[in-house]
Ligand binder design. Sequence first.
Ligand SMILES: [Fe+2]
Ligand SMILES: [Fe+2]
Length: 158
Amino acid sequence: MNIDEIIQIIKQKPPYSNLSSYIHGKSHAERVLLFATKLAEKLNEKIDMKAVTIAALLHDVGRVDDGLDPNHGNRSAILAEDFLKKNNIECNIELIKRIIRRHCEDDFSEAPVECLIVGDADKLDRFRLRGDPLREEYLELAESLELVDFARKMDNNL
Ligand SMILES: [Fe+2]
Ligand SMILES: [Fe+2]
């Protein structure tokens, strides 16, 4: 199964197909995937793009509402694992769970580059929250700074 086929399956089925929030729904997940892909292209490293893609699309599926919801990373990771196993999607499930859990932890310790990519991509989409925009000091990859203007323009056009 290639990445495009995996994206199609994710989009057709729950938990992704159940996403309905404006703030943390499908369009947010799509932009996080877009920012993560652009970020990965800038990095001169070997990156597990399957894990990045899957985690970007599924990172918020465990949210119960649009509030702070500090435990949604854990819930999203469990739902993602369940979905990936049920659909026999060959991928690094442990890495995907780690990326998803870490995106909402205040943990800036060392982590695989895939965690940093999705974490920063999620933060880059903060311009959609007009009153609580991106804080550049929270970005972990220097390359993410090159995407700030692009992200701002995208979200200001929503
Ligand atoms: Fe989140
Ligand atoms: Fe998110």
